[in-house]
Design a protein around this ligand. Structure first.
Ligand SMILES: [Zn+2]
Length: 194
């Protein structure tokens, strides 16, 4: 089990980050995640037009393997980038765990379980507009954010972190479901939180 102190040491010493990740109790994500790896740099594989998927700001990502694109079940790999190790991003170890276990591993679970919502849209590969792709990814992310909100009670999370997640949820919902409006969203969020 890792402590806040271990987390803070990993912030200071990049060489100890993989060791820190190996210390975490990841038993609950084991069924869908085969490894969690420290990668000093982010990947550019999303639509870099939008800030939200800017590789410079990426903290973690779930990597689909080639077999998984063809529907073959393999547990996924999660990459953790340097940005994840910062007190601005994750003031507390609980924040870090929320990002890793409740968010990233949630993506891994949906992919592993072949949830129809994350089926790779081969047919749309050339015909889909980039805005459709974005909406697809944002919906996926909204579900992961909801899972974080639901699990906040069991984690020791910081106020700043919670605020950041709420804001992200509001931003994405605003794009994907503009008809909902901020009040409906607030209500939905509160229902998840309490
Ligand atoms: Zn995500």
């Amino acid at each position: 089990m890792a402590s806040q102190k271990d987390y803070e040491s990993a912030i200071v010493d990049p060489n100890s980050r993989q060791r820190f990740l190996d210390l975490l109790d990841l038993s609950e994500i084991k069924p869908h995640v085969r490894k969690v790896v420290y990668y000093p740099q982010g990947h550019y594989f999303y639509f870099n037009r939008k800030d939200y998927y800017d590789a410079e700001k990426m903290i973690m990502s779930t990597r689909r393997s080639i077999p998984s694109l063809f529907g073959i079940n393999v547990r996924l790999k999660i990459n953790v980038y340097a940005n994840a190790f910062s007190l601005e991003q994750h003031p507390l170890l609980g924040d870090f765990l929320s990002s890793l276990i409740d968010h990233e591993a949630f993506h891994a679970k949906e992919i592993y379980e072949k949830d129809p919502k994350v089926k790779f849209p081969w047919r749309g590969l050339f015909s889909m507009k980039s805005s459709d792709w974005e909406i697809l990814f944002w919906r996926q992310d909204i579900r992961a954010l909801d899972n974080q909100l639901k699990n906040f009670k069991k984690r020791n999370v910081s106020r700043e972190y919670v605020e950041g997640i709420l804001q992200r949820k509001l931003d994405l919902e605003g794009v994907v479901n503009p008809e909902k409006g901020p009040e409906v969203l607030r209500e939905e969020i509160e229902r998840l939180l309490f």
